[in-house]
Design a protein around this ligand. Structure first.
Ligand code: ATP
Length: 303
């Protein structure tokens, strides 16, 4: 394991009876990264997160977290990491404050002094019973317990699914601060805007297999992109068909249309031999990239 790897997953397999949820996952997350983990329902996101934190045991393979063995050193990992589960099960009869103070006590008091400030930022009432809180407000209590002890690693399972946009922004801000402190954030999400806003790298999982691990920009660069140009005069389609990574070239009068799966530069150089009156090559949406990956196009297995 490299000195800067905070999460290292190797050959991870998880079976639930006859059903195989994870098919040999390899993944490394470095210190100081905000890593987004995305996949359709049932892809295996929660299973991987729960295995990483030793809440369930793998069928095969290994996980190291913060340089420690996820199973043997689970106690040490839990005191240095924060975990915000998708559905937090808390003591319903306690107030938020009582629950958070109890959790801080279990960690030797770490984080107790930050409870009020975080509650204010996330706009949640601490002195009501948890059973009386709305879903979103319960999630906020979950977020406070995950961040309050300033852990070296925060693992969040769909952290903002029930939060309103203002509170989501505040969570993103807190994540930025965590990264600025040099800590690492691993979060699963269905929301591409969220991934784009806060993650540097993204892992995409489908049917228990990683189909891509890349930066947001790198993922977009792999996606097919349409280019249209209006030229001053007629153009020979063949000139563009010969460029690697170019397909579906069509020419109609002065209009050129093509689909680009490689770098744009050679196409621009070819266009520069002509007079170009207008050009359009919009960046693909991250959503298109993921839809392609989840349909099985352009993933690492397909590459
Ligand atoms: P979602 O986005 O819907 O939360 P996910 O990517 O987190 O999905 P998991 O909860 O990890 O997906 O589930 C992966 C697969 O494993 C699913 O097919 C699920 O039905 C199955 N699974 C999860 N937990 C169990 C279990 N305890 N027993 C049997 N199968 C399970």
């Amino acid at each position: 394991m490299g000195p800067d790897a905070v999460i290292e997953v190797s050959g991870l397999v998880k079976r639930y009876g006859a059903f195989q949820a994870l098919h040999g996952i390899d993944l490394t997350v470095e210190r100081g990264e905000v890593f987004g983990f995305i996949g359709p329902n049932g892809a295996g996101k929660t299973t991987l997160i729960r295995t990483m934190l030793d809440l369930i045991r793998p069928t095969a393979g290994s996980v190291r977290v913060l340089g420690l063995d996820s199973h043997r050193d689970a106690k040490a990992i839990h005191s240095r990491a924060g975990y915000v589960p998708g559905e937090l099960v808390l003591w319903d009869r306690l107030t938020g404050r009582q629950a958070l103070e109890h959790l801080a006590g279990l960690r030797g008091g770490a984080g107790a002094s930050r409870i009020d400030a975080l509650a204010e930022r996330l706009d949640v009432e601490l002195d009501r019973r948890i059973s009386d809180l709305s879903k979103g407000n319960k999630e906020k209590i979950g977020l406070i317990q995950g961040f309050m002890h300033e852990p070296e690693l925060v693992v969040l399972d769909e952290p903002t699914s029930g939060l309103d946009p203002l509170v989501q922004q505040e969570v993103f801000q807190i994540v930025d601060e965590v990264r600025e402190r040099g800590s690492t954030v691993f979060f699963s999400s269905h929301h591409l805007d969220e991934v784009e806003r806060i993650a540097e790298r993204v892992g995409a999982i489908r049917e228990g297999r990683m189909v891509a691990v890349d930066t947001v920009a790198g993922l977009k660069a792999r996606a097919a992109r349409r280019l249209e140009a209006l030229l001053a005069g007629p153009v020979d389609a063949q000139e563009f068909r010969a460029i690697p990574g170019v397909r579906d070239v069509s020419v109609s009068g002065r209009h050129l249309h093509l689909v680009l799966t490689g770098p744009i530069d050679p196409v621009l150089k070819a266009l520069a031999r002509h007079r170009v009156d207008s050009l359009s090559a919009p960046e693909p949406e991250l959503e298109e990239v993921f839809l392609g990956l989840f349909r099985g196009e352009g993933g690492e297995r397909a590459a």
